[in-house]
Design a protein. Structure first.
Length: 266
């Protein structure tokens, strides 16, 4: 690093009498040793910081299983021998059978995660994106405005489940509302008697939440209750992981691929 110019006096040689030297001010850049050391320390500090950041971002672990899988259930049940079409269609069928999902958002004032039950109003993007109707004056719209990331989860009484991660947008235009409006919404919003907030499709309190899916994980089973109980009993006795589900994952790339295919076919 170059420091500030330093003014020094240098005698100009010539045929002048000793004692009558002419002096001239010359600006010579000075390389500061202190600055060089500072830069070196800064680079070392940055390297150390980066290394610490990498270490602190590592995943949590409480033990080592050596070369054996720490989660044998996942390895036993993950189903990769299936087409994208089958994965999406099975997911869609399961979600439709559940009808209701738990929508999770983050409260911006406390940072806490909050969930509530939501009825599915429709599907888009080849049925992989979900839509819901909502009261625009509720807390969840405030939360989604602050953080659009959400998760929709489904579960049935047989233990099958789905977890859909996505980003939500809030729509208030009447065309979108009329498309997904149901008269039963009046039972939830009520008629305030002012001729405006009456729970009809023209009620400005009614909006649509459109969740654009990012990725999905779900588990289904083709086994009967007796078959699953037997599998769990066997695992309890032998220590072998129980194969009770078909655990499937739909990645972000697969979601985009499916949505693009669906738009071409539409």
């Amino acid at each position: 690093m170059l420091g500030k110019p330093t003014t020094i006096s240098r005698a100009i040689p010539g045929s002048v009498k000793r004692g009558n030297h002419l002096r001239k001010s010359v600006d010579i850049p000075r390389i500061s040793a202190v600055a060089t050391i500072h830069n070196s320390r800064k680079q070392l500090s940055n390297t150390t910081f980066d290394r610490r950041a990498t270490l602190t971002m590592s995943s949590f672990s409480n033990t080592s299983t050596g070369n054996k899988p720490s989660g044998p259930y996942y390895n036993k049940n993950i189903d990769t021998d299936v087409t994208l079409k089958e994965k999406v269609e099975t997911l869609t069928k399961f979600v439709s059978s559940c009808k209701f999902g738990m929508m999770t958002t983050r409260d911006p004032s406390s940072g806490k995660l909050v969930s509530r039950c939501m009825a599915i109003a429709g599907k888009e993007g080849g049925d992989i994106d979900l839509t819901f109707t909502t009261n625009t004056e509720s807390h969840k719209t405030d939360e989604l405005k602050a953080d659009k990331h959400t998760n929709i989860s489904f579960c049935d009484n047989s233990g099958q489940w789905a977890s859909i991660a996505g980003e939500a947008s809030i729509l208030t235009d009447r065309d979108a509302v009329k498309k997904y409006y149901s008269p039963t919404l009046k039972a939830w919003l009520g008629d305030l008697g002012d001729g405006v907030h009456d729970g009809s499709k023209n009620d400005p309190r009614i909006g649509v939440l459109k969740v654009k899916t990012s990725s999905v994980t779900y588990a289904i089973t083709g086994k009967t209750v007796v078959g699953r109980v037997a599998e769990i009993a066997k695992g309890t006795i032998t220590g072998e992981a129980a194969g009770v589900n078909k655990l499937r994952e739909i990645s972000e790339d697969e979601v985009r691929q499916w949505r693009a295919t669906a738009s071409k076919e539409a």
